[in-house]
Design a protein around this ligand. Sequence first.
Ligand code: NAP
Length: 247
Amino acid sequence: MNISDNTIFIPGGTSGIGLALALRLQEAGNTVVIGGRRTEVLDRLAAEHGFDVVTLDIGDPASVLSARDTVLAAHPDLNVLIAMAGIMVAEDVTTAGFLGTAERIIDTNVLGPVRLVAAFTEHLQTRSDATIITVSSGLAHTPLRVTPSYNASKAFIHQFTESIRLQFAGTSVQVIELVPPAVRTELMPGQSQVEAFLPLDDYINETMSLLASEPDATEILVERVKPLRFSEVNGAYAQAIALVNSH
Ligand SMILES: NC(=O)c1ccc[n+]([C@@H]2O[C@H](COP(=O)([O-])OP(=O)(O)OC[C@H]3O[C@@H](n4cnc5c(N)ncnc54)[C@H](OP(=O)(O)O)[C@@H]3O)[C@@H](O)[C@H]2O)c1
């Protein structure tokens, strides 16, 4: 992916990694459209930064299609989709009540990105140079004890991304997976204050520099995520699980 001169849609661009990436990509000479559920936040970000914005809930199939139509009507040249939106919620599987949380996570983190890919796949193939960026996690490969469905949702994203890349081979669509480590955002309440987690700016700097220096990358792996990403192949799975669960 060339990191300038694109028109990019980031559902999940209202905060955290998505917003930080939106700002950096805009600075790098891209037109950026951001989406999310919080209309008032979108309106503020549109006024402050000049983003085009669209309200959407990726848990709702009709909302995804309607956002797709709105974005493409205003930006028929759209060529990059960054499926950033996601939630992370703790669960206790020793009590039956975890089911509602699990269903919500799967609907948002698994079905949401699939809905986005389905909504944009045909359009993206009409562009000569298109990219789908998915967002998994180091936890797809090394589990955090308190978030089973989240970890599994990101494992789905990893394998879905690997698989769709095979189907898009020979088309104009490149597929890239961002695999963040623990980053200081408010994905979980209080997470932005955890000193052991990577500062958001550091994560974005390293990610932008990898995107720029490796235009054919399949995965964007900052240094901090590599022990989690490769724990099993390195034979260090137990140590990685201990590390992740020590905070
Ligand atoms: N921070 C980390 O440590 C970390 C590590 C690995 C992976 N990730 C992944 O990175 C992505 C961004 O997370 P973040 O850390 O930046 O957290 P965040 O600040 O909470 O951002 C989540 C974004 O997703 C949007 N969103 C959530 N549910 C949505 C829905 N149903 N429909 C539309 N938008 C929705 C939110 O916008 P609204 O609230 O306005 O809808 C927000 O823009 C997530 O996929 C997360 O799993 C984060």
